[in-house]
Design a protein around this ligand. Structure first.
Ligand code: NAD
Length: 457
């Protein structure tokens, strides 16, 4: 092989090197695109029922390998074993859900004069998927499953830091009978392999999940070839707590809405907005909840939060909490090896503090008061992002008004759930473009063809 370099994959909870992975260079990327292009001609013509059967076999293979996949993610990404099991199950569910799609990609028949008019949902071609390190398994599955179901071929580039579960998914697909070249996993550097997806004319669609900065570069690069993109980018989501809410529940759940996955979650509710009349009461309830978050060994079933992904990322997260910051209270974190950072609550916080404006992507949350509904919406929407958010109130009318008023793609009322594989997921504003999951994702991997057939004699 030429142009390859070796990357040491590190366990973020122990700082030990787990294994070494070869990163592809440009020549390997071009060869993978050529294989995917060749495979597209046959894969798109596989009968819908057969494509469905192959995807069901793939889902079954993932199901049988769930414990192994979960253990890989615990070691590679420091995810808690509970989370990692959920993620492996989510990958299976997503593949199974889209296994139903090949036989249901319906077109339309549109009334016209002089003949009949029908539409087809055609695949796009080779799809390049660029995955970040924070949820390596689900994010790969959310793109590859609907893309394959619609008849595209796929190359997944995992993040440099976390290639192991994606590589395993690739092996499982082959074991399940998905033909060679239809799904390839290509570990590599973003500016090399990822960038080649953007510039290679035979990659006809790019799916990118990651930082807003890189997402903008990808979108600009894809414009040169009018290449469609799906972008899932950053977030700075609001958790809005009204005085009439079940305050105890809102406070007990708020830590998990931001500290889950050590805050490395684009949907993290990293700004808590609390109605001024209950601000102190809420903080008093929040403190024991934050101190109670179990941070430690991710292999321990009782652990609720693991380490950050890397030393560099920990340094970035720490930079948002310089000495002298208004830390209201903190949870704990282990000493010794591992990229640990304790759950941290900032209050009071100015609205122009960078910790209140920028995505920290770590276990740091800022709590601020608001006066009334209008004030809550003003603060919630005063951000370039718009990914998710939560609204806590017992007033149904207000729940709906505020849900409609928050400029974000995924909202939950009296709950913090953002992701279900059956419902659409994606961002407003600079949080992204396009929708993944649910029925919507298939639109991102098909293009409509219109055919008119004359019936004139
Ligand atoms: P990142 O943008 O640096 O990297 C993401 C992926 O892009 C990696 O695979 C990386 O190798 C690749 N990449 C980097 N530079 C590239 C380039 N020039 N061309 C092509 N590909 C390139 O982000 P990260 O540090 O891995 O992930 C953290 C960020 O991702 C956070 O800001 C977070 O908000 C965002 N994120 C968003 C979502 C979402 O669904 N909205 C999900 C996960 C992460």
């Amino acid at each position: 092989m030429t142009e390859t370099d070796l990357f040491e994959v590190v366990n973020p909870a122990t700082e030990e090197v787990i294994t070494t992975v070869e990163l592809a260079g440009l020549a390997e990327t071009d060869a993978a695109v050529a294989r995917a292009r060749a495979a597209f001609d046959t894969w798109r013509r596989v009968a819908p029922a057969d494509r469905a059967r192959l995807l069901r076999s793939f889902a079954a293979a993932v199901d049988a390998d769930r414990e192994h996949l979960a253990a890989l993610e615990v070691a590679n990404a420091g995810h808690t074993i509970g989370n990692a099991r959920w993620e492996a199950g989510n990958a299976r569910d997503v593949i199974e859900y889209y296994a139903a799609a090949p036989e249901r990609l319906l077109g339309r028949q549109i009334p016209v004069s002089g003949g009949i008019d029908v539409t087809f949902q055609e695949p796009i071609g080779v799809v390049g998927v660029i995955v970040p390190w924070n949820f390596p398994m689900p994010i790969a599955a959310w793109a590859l499953a609907p893309a394959l179901a619609a008849g595209n071929t796929v190359i997944v580039k995992p993040a440099e830091l976390t290639p192991l579960t994606a590589l395993r998914l690739g092996e499982l697909a082959l074991q399940a009978g998905i033909p060679e070249g239809v799904l390839q996993i290509l570990p590599g550097r973003g500016p090399v392999v990822g960038q080649r997806f953007v510039t290679h004319p035979d990659v006809r669609k790019v799916v990118f999940t990651g930082s807003t900065r890189v997402g903008k570069e990808i979108m600009a690069g894809c414009a040169a070839q009018v290449k469609p993109v799906t972008l899932e980018l950053g977030g700075k989501s609001a958790n809005i707590v009204f005085a009439d809410a079940d305050l105890a529940r809102a406070a007990a759940t708020a830590p998990y809405a931001v500290f889950d996955n050590a805050g490395q979650d684009c949907c993290a509710r990293s700004r808590i907005l609390v109605e001024a009349s209950v601000f102190e009461d809420f903080l008093a309830l929040l403190e024991p909840a934050v101190r109670g978050v179990r941070v430690g060994d991710p292999t321990d079933e009782k652990t609720e939060m693991g380490p950050l992904i890397s030393a560099a990322h920990r340094a970035r997260v720490s930079s948002y909490v310089p000495d002298g910051s208004a830390v209201a209270f903190r949870g704990s974190a282990p000493d010794g090896p591992g990229f640990w950072y304790p759950p941290t609550v900032l209050a009071p916080v100015r609205h122009d503090d960078r910790a209140f404006i920028e995505e920290i992507f770590g276990p740091v949350v800022a709590v601020v008061p608001f006066r009334d509904e209008q004030d809550a919406l003003r603060i919630a929407n005063a951000t370039e992002y718009g990914l998710s958010g939560s609204i806590w109130t017992r007033d149904v009318g207000r729940a709906l008004r505020v849900s409609r008023g928050v400029d974000a793609g995924n909202l939950s009322v009296n709950s913090h759930s953002s992701v279900r594989y059956t419902t659409p997921f994606g961002g407003f504003k600079q949080s992204g473009l396009g929708r993944e999951l649910g029925p919507d994702a298939l639109d991102a991997f098909t293009q409509t063809k219109n055919v008119f057939i004359s019936t004139e004699e």
